[in-house]
Write a protein of this length. Structure first.
Length: 281
C-alpha cells in the first residue's frame, strides 16, 4: 500500500510539472519566455523582467502591453504590465515589460529568475497550474518598490462594466478616475478584478500582511478618463497617492492567477477569498 501511495504521489507531481512549459518566444519584437499552464499563458519580457501578457483559457489578454516608452496614451499600451516593480531611480523600469534593465534566465522546469543589470534587485517567478508566485529577494536599500497590476480587465476598458473586491469587501463597483485625481486606497492583502459579462476574475495576493497603503483607480488613455476609448486599471500593493512606491522588504511573496467564476454576490466574494487564500504551491 505504501509503495502504491508513493507511486501515485510521484506520478501526480510529475504530471503537474509536465502541465507547465517554458519556451523562448517573441512579442513586440522583444525576446520573451512563454509560459503555458492549464489555466493561463504568460508572456515574460526577458530584458524588462516582467509580464507583458497574461492570457486566460479563452484567449483574452488581461495585460496587453504594447508600444514604446515614448508613445502617447501610455494607458493604452506601454504602461501595462505586472509587476512594474521599480520606479523613479536609476533602475526605473526593472520588472516592467518594454524596458532593458534586467537579465532573466530560466532556473528550473517552472522557474524564472531575474536580476537588474545594476545588481541591486533580484526576484523569482515560479509557475503552477492555477497561479504564478513572485518573490522579491534583493532590493536597492535606497529605493522603495511596489507590485502593480496595470492592464485592461477582461481585455477591455469600460469601467462601467467592471467590478473589483478585496479582503475587506466586495464586489465593489466604484470607478475612480486617475485622470481626475480620484482613487480608492486601503490596506489590502488581496484583490480581484472582473467584468460583469465574464465568468472569470483575475486576482493578486500579497502573502505577508503589512500596514502599507495600497491603491486602486482606472486610467483612460485620453483626457476623457473613464470614457476614453482605451485604458487600464491601476492597482498597486505599496503604492501611495502621487505614484509613490513604499515597499522596502525582501522575501515578500505575491501570487497572481484566475478564478473561474463571476463574483456577483457576497457569497461569491466569500468563495473567492477562500480560493485566493488557499491556493497552494
Amino acid at each position: 500500500m505504501k509503495v502504491l501511495m508513493f507511486t501515485f504521489l510521484l506520478s501526480a507531481a510529475l504530471f503537474s510539472c509536465n502541465d507547465i512549459s517554458i519556451e523562448d518566444a517573441t512579442y513586440q519584437d522583444r525576446p520573451h519566455f512563454k509560459i503555458e499552464t492549464t489555466t493561463a499563458t504568460y508572456f515574460f519580457d526577458k530584458s524588462g523582467g516582467g509580464m507583458s501578457r497574461i492570457i486566460d483559457r479563452d484567449g483574452v489578454d488581461w495585460v496587453q502591453h504594447r508600444g514604446g516608452p515614448h508613445d502617447t496614451g501610455r494607458a493604452a499600451g506601454f504602461a501595462r504590465g505586472v509587476p512594474n516593480l521599480v520606479y523613479r531611480s536609476d533602475d526605473a523600469g526593472a520588472g516592467h515589460a518594454g524596458f532593458d534593465q534586467c537579465i532573466s534566465e530560466q532556473a528550473g522546469a517552472r522557474t524564472i529568475r531575474s536580476r537588474s543589470k545594476s545588481g541591486k534587485w533580484e526576484w523569482t517567478w515560479v509557475f503552477f497550474d492555477d497561479h504564478a508566485r513572485f518573490t522579491i529577494e534583493k532590493v536597492d536599500p535606497d529605493h522603495a518598490y511596489w507590485f502593480l497590476y496595470e492592464g485592461p480587465v477582461a481585455g477591455s476598458f469600460d469601467p462601467s462594466r467592471k467590478y473589483w473586491g478585496t479582503d475587506l469587501g466586495g464586489p465593489r463597483y466604484e470607478s475612480p478616475s486617475l485622470n481626475k485625481q480620484e482613487n480608492v486606497t486601503g490596506k489590502w492583502q488581496w484583490a480581484y478584478f472582473g467584468d460583469k459579462e465574464t465568468d472569470r476574475v483575475f486576482y493578486v495576493h500579497q502573502q505577508q500582511k503589512d500596514s502599507l497603503i495600497d491603491y486602486f483607480a482606472y486610467m483612460g488613455n485620453t483626457r476623457d478618463g473613464n470614457l476614453a476609448p482605451d485604458g487600464l486599471v491601476v492597482f498597486g500593493f505599496g503604492r501611495e497617492i502621487g505614484a509613490k512606491p513604499i515597499m522596502t522588504q525582501t522575501e515578500v511573496t505575491f501570487r497572481v492567477g484566475f478564478l473561474e467564476r463571476k463574483i456577483a454576490t457576497a457569497e461569491d466574494h466569500e468563495w473567492a477569498g477562500k480560493q485566493i487564500m488557499n491556493r497552494a504551491d
